[in-house]
Design a protein. Structure first.
Length: 256
């Protein structure tokens, strides 16, 4: 049965999408069956997996509004090595359209339960907000992966996310937990980043993943080729770190 993870952080530009597509590609590389769900209307995870969001007839939007199943709407990305339930601008409307509907925060959970035996991992790329879309992701997840940069304000933003996760855990999804904080775009030459990294470890202990993702230009270049960095340049430091992270996730899930 698939383990479902949200990649979430309400800040934009912190590396959620990069983490989602590269963790997915890393997991595929070590033999796992993976579905990426793009819950961001920007559709970056869709494009970054080699699926053209502009030509999609069915997306996660149709799934949330119950006019399509996941099996019908998903695409297979040959190049990336995993399946994608894509998103595009249309998804921005879902927020408003769901307001008047029943079980609105559980739509994705219901839809994913039909494909749970088809995958080992489902990774949900969340938008940079704590919105109804993110709530749909948190409602169906076993865990949250929180990518963060080791910068001065990093810890400040974290408390809102931690509180939201606590509330969802208490009211909607007792399975939900933070599986881990992932240090991304890390530059070991910067003293402040090392200090924040140490703070994170002393504050969150085991919840900080061992793997650290370095700042690596190949990871940033890959989306313009419609590929995860892990596939675009598998020998790059960034790609190697994400494959290592995939292995760490497999180990953690084994002990969940
Ligand atoms: P989010 O999804 O949280 O908005 P992205 O994953 O889109 O963040 O990352 C924001 C920007 O940072 C993108 O341009 C991405 O290519 C770049 N980026 C992310 N991770 C790395 C990294 N480890 N090294 C270099 N650039 C990165
Ligand atoms: Mg993103």
């Amino acid at each position: 049965m698939a383990k479902i993870f949200c990649v979430a952080n309400q800040k934009g530009g912190v590396g959620k999408t990069t983490t989602t597509v590269n963790l997915a590609a890393g997991l595929a590389k070590v033999g796992q069956r993976v579905l990426v769900v793009d819950l961001d209307p920007q559709g970056n995870a869709t494009m970054g997996s080699g699926i053209d969001k502009r030509t999609l007839e069915l997306t996660v939007y149709d799934v949330l509004l119950e006019s399509s199943s996941v099996a019908e709407a998903k695409q297979h990305s040959e190049k990336a090595g995993y399946d994608v339930l894509g998103a595009n601008r249309e998804l921005a409307g879902a927020e408003v359209e769901l307001v008047s509907q029943e079980r609105r925060e559980r739509r994705l959970k219901t839809a994913l339960s039909a494909v749970k035996d088809d995958y080992d991992f489902v990774l949900i790329d969340c938008p940079p907000s704590l919105s109804m879309l993110t709530l749909n992701g948190l409602c169906c997840a076993h865990g949250v992966v929180v990518p963060m940069q080791c910068e001065y304000f990093a810890l400040e933003g974290l408390s809102d996310l931690v509180n939201t996760i606590k509330q969802v855990h208490a009211n909607l999804n007792p399975d939900l937990q933070i599986i881990g904080l992932l240090r991304v775009m890390f530059d070991p030459r910067i003293t402040l980043q090392n200090q924040v990294s140490d703070q994170l470890k002393s504050h969150f202990g085991d919840k900080v993943f061992d793997t650290v993702i370095p700042r690596n230009v190949r990871l940033a270049e890959a989306p313009s080729y419609g590929l995860p960095g892990v596939v675009f340049d598998s020998s790059s430091k960034g790609a190697q770190a994400f494959v290592e992270f995939a292995r760490e996730m497999v180990r953690r899930v084994g002990s969940m």
